[in-house]
Design a protein around this ligand. Structure first.
Ligand code: ADP
Length: 444
């Protein structure tokens, strides 16, 4: 700035000397000039003067504009939401804008030549030194960023993000933004997530334990109930045989009810025992040929197939890793339901299988009475939607199917339209069992 002013003064002096010299020459010269010539020269001088005044005005305007844009820049610099710092190679503050100074709660001029590290929490200082080294490293070159916990003059801590570029090997500029809010939100989110994770894990352990306890209870209860129930059933049957027509009519009806009730209870207990047995053994999944499973099931259901004149067909069926016995049980329950819930038409049941990216999907399609798709609870224990007198059963068959499929890490669902038939689907993972087990354990 001082240099500019000197130069202007020098130019002004030169111009003054030149003008004086010209005037002197013109005075000598003017003595020889006519009045016309003098008038002409005077006119030219006037034009020249106006020209100079215009130039002067332009210069003045340019200077004002320059001043304005300089003010604008310095306002932008000082009041920007980001703190701007210039550091030397030792991390001393060379320059700082007002925002930067106010973030540290220190007057701007008091920050100059101070080491920035005193405003960094002690355990974060190494991060800053490393950041500095990376910025000034000639091979590093580009923009560097880091996150630090800073501490202002009053001892308040806040998180900041630093973004730095080297100005020279001796100096670098840094923009510092306050990221406390986002950092705290991030931390709160992480904490909430961790807490949720712990709670889910605790809940899973608790659920697994209570499930195991319940299964154990169901098994023991149904197992222990079997014996006294067998006794009741046997003796009421004996009662019915010996005393039929010997007591009055009501007694015969009552005895029939007891026989029927105890037989049903026996069936239910058998099914419950079957249900609670699934999953208690170690998983042994071997290559299972579903064509063979289908054949086995049709042999088991031979009587029911013949009585109903059911037509069972199937697409080519795959070999999948599974528990063979449980697959027989699963198919048998689905196929026997497809026959049991038949309509007036000849039961036509078709089994298909196809592979998706990760799974094998099986379907059992029938042309029976169908069921409303809103009865989504049919896979729960004892859920039945058709009268027992017409369609006997305990309401455990589909619950067993679901437990078997769950045990194989698959899914089971159905599609149906009342009066048109139903299709039951289930999936089995196509991956090797050990691989699935690993992913399931990883998720825990
Ligand atoms: P159950 O056959 O002993 O009644 P399930 O658990 O096998 O018990 O089936 C539950 C209920 O789901 C049945 O009572 C019936 O209402 C319905 N259901 C199952 N399979 C079919 C089917 N193929 N067509 C129509 N309804 C069915």
């Amino acid at each position: 700035m001082i240099k500019d002013d000197d130069q202007k003064l020098k130019n002004k002096k030169q111009l003054l000397n030149q003008a004086e010299r010209l005037l002197k020459d013109q005075t000598v010269y003017s003595q020889k000039l006519s009045t016309e010539d003098i008038r002409h020269i005077a006119y030219e001088l006037q034009v020249h003067q106006i020209e100079l005044e215009i130039q002067n005005e332009d210069l003045r305007r340019a200077q004002i504009e320059l001043e304005e844009s300089r003010n604008k820049y310095s306002n932008l610099y000082d009041f920007s939401p980001v703190g701007y710092f210039t550091f030397d190679k030792n991390g001393l503050i060379i320059e700082v804008n007002l925002t930067g100074a106010s973030k540290l709660c220190v007057e701007r001029n008091l920050l100059i030549k101070q080491p920035f590290s005193i405003y960094i929490t002690p355990d974060n200082r190494d991060i800053f030194y490393l950041h500095m080294r990376n910025v000034l490293n000639p091979s590093g070159g580009s923009r560097q960023t880091c996150e630090l916990e800073l501490i202002d003059k009053n001892g308040n801590r806040f998180y900041a993000q630093l973004e730095s570029v080297a100005e020279s090997p001796e100096m670098f500029r840094t923009a510092i933004s306050d990221i406390t809010i986002s950092k705290k939100a991030q931390e709160a989110l992480r904490k909430a997530y961790d807490e949720l994770d712990i709670r889910i894990k605790e809940r899973t352990v608790e659920l697994t334990r209570s499930n195991a306890e319940l299964e154990q209870f169901a098994y023991i209860a149904s197992h222990d109930l079997k014996e006294p129930l067998r006794m009741i059933a046997n003796y009421t049957q004996l009662l019915a045989m010996r005393y039929k027509d010997k007591l009055d009519k009501d007694a015969d009806v009552f005895i029939d009810y007891i026989v029927e009730g105890s037989t049903r209870l026996q069936e239910m207990i058998e099914d419950l025992l079957e249900y609670s047995r699934i999953g208690t053994n170690k998983k042994i999944f071997l290559p299972t040929d579903f064509e063979a499973i289908f054949k086995q099931v049709t042999i088991n259901l031979k009587l029911s197939i013949e009585q109903n004149e059911a037509v069972l067909t199937h697409d080519p069926l795959p070999v999948v890793m599974a528990d063979n016995t449980q697959m027989v049980q699963l198919f048998q329950n689905l196929l026997s339901n497809a026959i049991k819930f038949r309509s007036k038409e000849t039961p036509r049941i078709h089994v298909s299988a196809w592979k998706t990216k990760d799974d094998w999907i099986f379907s059992v399609k029938d042309n029976g009475i169908g069921i409303s798709p809103s009865f989504v609870h049919i896979f729960r224990l004892f859920q039945r939607y058709h009268s027992r007198s017409k369609y006997p059963g305990t309401g455990i068959g589909l619950a067993i199917c679901r437990k078997i499929v769950d045990h194989h890490y698959g899914k089971i669902w159905f599609e149906s339209e009342v009066g048109k038939g139903s299709t039951f689907y289930f999936s089995l993972p196509a991956k090797h069992y050990s691989e699935i087990e690993r992913t399931v354990n990883d998720k825990k």
